[in-house]
Every structure is written in C-alpha cells, then in structure tokens.
Design a protein around this ligand. Sequence first.
Ligand code: NAP
Length: 247
Amino acid sequence: MTSLRDQTILIIGGTSGIGYSVAEASLHQQAAHVIVASSTPEKVTKTVARLEETTTKNNLSGKVTGKTLDVSNSDQVKKFFAEIGELDHVVITSGDKLKLGFKGVDLETLKSALDVRFWAAALIAQQARIKKGGSITLTGGVASIKPPPGWPIVAGLAGAAESLVKGLAVDLAPVRVNLVAPGAVLTELWDSLPTDLREKLLQESADKLLVKRVGNPEEIADAYIFLMKCGFITGETLHINGGQTLV
Ligand SMILES: NC(=O)c1ccc[n+]([C@@H]2O[C@H](COP(=O)([O-])OP(=O)(O)OC[C@H]3O[C@@H](n4cnc5c(N)ncnc54)[C@H](OP(=O)(O)O)[C@@H]3O)[C@@H](O)[C@H]2O)c1
C-alpha cells in the first residue's frame, strides 16, 4: 500500500472545510509535514493548534505548521514559494465568497470571480517546486456540468479549471496535476448564509441527490489523498457529488 509517509504537503485553504479535512487525512496517512495556509492569521494559528491536538490524540508523528498567504496577491504568492522550498504535494482548496448572478452584474465583479479559484491556482502551479513523484491538486465543482440558475460565471471558471489541469499536466510533467470537483458539501463555506436559508438550500440539495444527503468534507478529502498517492493519474478531474450529474 502506498502512503504519504515522509512527505511534505502544503494545503492552501487548509484552515477550513475541505482543506482542513485534507490536512487531517494527510496526517492520518503518515505525512511527515503538513503545512496549512490561508489569508487569515488567526485561522492559521487556530488550525495548527487543532491539527496538533489531532496528532497528539491519535499518536501521529507528522509535524504541522501554518503560513499566512493571500493567494489573490501575486507578489505574496511568488515570495511564499521562493521561500518555502521543495514540496511533495500542493493541494489548493482556497475559495473566497462566490460571486453569483449574471444579468445586471458589473463585468469587473464577474471577472474577479476567477481571481482566487482560477488565476491564483495557475500562479501557484507556476511557482511551486515539486519533488519527483509529487503532485498538485486543484479544486473545481459540479457547476461545470450542472450549473444552477445564477451560476454562469462560476460554471465557466469550474470548467476552465478542469481544462487548466490538463494543460498543466502536460507542461509540468512529470509533476502530476489533477482536480477534485465536489458537489454540495457541508463546510464553513455555507456559514455566510442566514441559518434558515442555509438549512433550506442544504435540504433541497440533499433531496435532489441520488444519495439523499449532502457530502461531508472527510469523504471529499479521500479524493485528494487518492490523487496524491496514485502515481499513475494526471490531468484528470474526479467528480464527487452524490450522483448530482445523473438527476
Ligand atoms: N462546500 C461546498 O459545497 C463546495 C462545493 C463545490 C466546490 N467547493 C469548492 O471547494 C473549495 C473549498 O471549499 P470549502 O467548502 O472547503 O470552503 P471554506 O470552508 O470556506 O474554506 C475556504 C478556504 O479558503 C481560504 N481562502 C479564502 N480566500 C483565500 C485567499 N485569498 N488566499 C488564501 N486562502 C483563502 C479560507 O481561509 P481564509 O479565510 O483564512 O483565507 C479557507 O481556508 C472552494 O473553492 C469551493 O468553491 C465547495
């Protein structure tokens, strides 16, 4: 069985939701060093403490560190990767507040929807130095196949990210580059919505799915772990959405 033993894994967006679960799962997979990064220093500090608790509780040997990084700032990204050195794997789950809507929405606002989820991911892939056998994993979403009303730009960026990983897999080979495209997953991403609306949307999403529930971040994390561990997969998108594309 392959594992992540002795490997160093950077998770950008690792202070919350799916990224946090990837960090925890990596430690359980015996990663030697997990680095979580995101733009809020307090979240980084809290997450490192939370992950250290996990390692102590489960008697895991992996080291945990945290870095503050705003991926929408390209100078910060370049400096970050110039300093951090070689890594085995980079996982990118960073996502800011979604910019939804289309008709009547200012074009500059719509364009900015791509800053964190698309352009920053491209820059990270350009700047990261990955060791032999290593990988980069991006995050997209089911909107590339099934956009709900009001999501044309998010659908476009999710589809563009799936094509981006194909091009990056060719350009960065032998570094492997893949993407995980989740459906509805219960994470802090939904916290910005009022509780009633959140519950309603989650219930509606669950009812529509073949599995009759939304996903949890731990089961999405499994996909990232697989893409890091499997040395024979590159340029691919893994769709994990409870059957959403079939209904
Ligand atoms: N949850 C879902 O239902 C779902 C479904 C499909 C796709 N996705 C996609 O999956 C990704 C992860 O989602 P999630 O649910 O785990 O979201 P989340 O819980 O909101 O986590 C987002 C993470 O991104 C970080 N982040 C935001 N802006 C950043 C920036 N400028 N620079 C660096 N880090 C930044 C956040 O930390 P800071 O605030 O500290 O920066 C946080 O750690 C997102 O791209 C999301 O669109 C999620």
